[in-house]
Design a binder for this molecule. Structure first.
Ligand code: FE2
Length: 477
């Protein structure tokens, strides 16, 4: 038996939560008006079967609507085909990150030719044209109504751009609203296919395509003022093996450190590949930021020494507790025009995952602050929030015994002058009370402004966005 204190964070939530006002302790500032939307897995068992990995669970949208110092909360499952088929059949129906459906021999053969791609969009939220969508790493964003959390169905793109995998961390140009992302096309010839969507269209326009023999697992990418940076970690797959192995998706990927980490850099406007730099082998989920200074391109990433973190995030491991489970560390890679190797330096020794910046003002530009989740007690998952000054490496921490905070979303004060003038919002699990709360901190000092208690313990979510007056303020990836 296990008894990790954060168990409720990786346990199914069996009921949707109707919109309800929840009690607030502290004083929320008048200017904080809008909705924090969060996405993440919330159903880890279907019938007799259990999903294998934290990334597999069926999606639930959670929302905190803040107005006049009060908070209303609600949560609903994302009604995807994956969800509907699971509920109707009483078993896992589609392949997820690390779980396959239980298939008969006939079903297995059929699924090779007609794979039921999951639309379980449990990772992130963004805006596309005039709608809000939930996203995962299959290219099937799912539309939803941010006021009711009602699922509206898959996005139909106005193009014929094809691909098999994507990232749930698109970038946005703050000035134009253009969205950038890429698809990985798998096949006898595989390629990374970078595209843009000019607001308010639903048309993906190819910017560049790079053929690749062994595609890497990549969860995000970098964007600077002029460039798109595809960081190819040496966690790669043979596409034919992926198609025919009959094993869950991520188990087909292999760690090949001899490849190093390759930074493929493309001009955002022309699509021209300006170069490939190679750095030491590492793995990461999240780019933090990228920027150009004196002809050198800097790429900041929360990295791990290898891809073992993928194993560590299997539900079985998370529920048992793993003293070796550490968040990533913030590294800066310098890509200089005079070199082909990427120079690496550590910016802070403080662990960092689920990083957020003042995206609206500083993405793609030199910046000073990153907020994120971190770890204090070995084996205690994410049990603190951090704010790192990337120029000095100094960190400020928020910590409260027995609580487990998720990604801190930065919300700028209106007309703020300073990069860190605002609040960070995080959904925190309070293990002793077996309930979650919305935590509102001063983004400068990480001191508490207010908290609002949720009536249930929410499973940990991955990513979220804050909407102010129907707009996503921080269109972070
Ligand atoms: Fe992510």
């Amino acid at each position: 038996m296990n008894n990790v204190p954060y168990l409720a964070g990786v346990t199914s939530l069996d009921d949707e939560q109707p919109w309800q006002e929840i009690p607030v302790k502290g004083d929320l500032p008048d200017w904080l008006e809008g909705t924090l939307l969060r996405n993440g897995p919330a159903v880890f068992e279907v019938g007799e079967r259990t999903y294998n990995h934290w990334f597999d669970g069926l999606a639930m949208l959670r929302a905190f609507s803040i107005r006049d110092g009060t908070v209303r909360f609600g949560a609903r499952y994302l009604r995807t085909k994956s969800f509907a088929q699971a509920m109707e059949s009483g078993t896992i129906a589609r392949s997820e990150f690390a779980t396959d459906p239980c298939r008969t021999l006939f079903g297995r053969i059929m699924s090779i030719f007609r794979p039921a791609i999951t639309d379980n969009a449990n990772i992130n939220i963004t805006r596309l044209a005039d709608e809000f969508v939930a996203m995962t790493e299959t290219p099937i964003p799912v539309r939803f109504d941010p006021e009711t959390l009602k699922t509206l169905g898959p996005v139909t793109f106005d193009d014929d751009v094809r691909g098999d995998l994507t990232t749930a961390h698109p970038h946005h140009d703050a000035a134009t609203g253009t969205l950038y992302n890429y698809l990985t096309k798998l096949g006898r010839t595989s390629s990374y296919r970078l595209f843009r969507i000019d607001s308010p269209s639903r048309k993906r326009e190819l910017i560049a395509s790079l053929e690749v023999d062994r595609p890497a697992y990549m969860h995000s990418f970098g964007l600077s003022e002029r460039y798109l940076i595809v960081t190819e970690f040496p966690f790669v797959v043979n596409p034919l093996r992926l198609a025919f192995s009959g094993k869950p998706f991520i188990t087909n990927y292999q760690w090949q450190p001899e490849r190093g980490t390759r930074f493929h850099v493309f001009d955002r406007d022309t699509g021209k590949q300006v170069g490939t730099w190679e750095g030491p082998p590492c793995f990461a989920f999240h780019h933090v930021n990228a920027f150009e200074m004196e002809s050198t391109l800097y790429v900041d990433i929360a990295t791990y020494p290898d891809a073992r973190i993928v194993e560590q995030l299997y539900l079985e491991n998370l529920r048992e507790g793993d003293k070796d489970l550490h968040p990533g560390k913030l590294h800066r890679f310098a890509l200089s025009p005079h070199a082909t190797d990427a120079r690496r330096e550590v910016l802070s020794e403080v662990g960092l995952e689920l990083p957020r910046i003042n995206y609206a003002r500083r993405n793609g530009l030199p910046y000073t602050y990153v907020w994120g989740a971190g770890n204090r007690k070995p084996g205690h998952f994410t049990d603190q929030l951090v704010k790192i000054d990337v120029r000095t490496g100094e960190a400020i921490l928020w910590y409260e015994e027995g609580t487990y905070p998720g990604e801190p979303v930065f919300v700028s004060r209106p007309d703020a002058a300073a990069e860190d003038d605002g609040l960070v919002l995080s959904v925190v699990l309070d293990a002793a009370r077996d309930a979650s709360f919305l935590l509102v901190l001063d983004a400068r000092s990480l001191t508490e402004i207010a908290r609002a208690r949720v009536p249930v313990a929410l499973p940990f979510s991955f990513h979220g966005q804050f909407l102010r007056n129907e707009e996503v303020v921080d269109l972070h990836r």
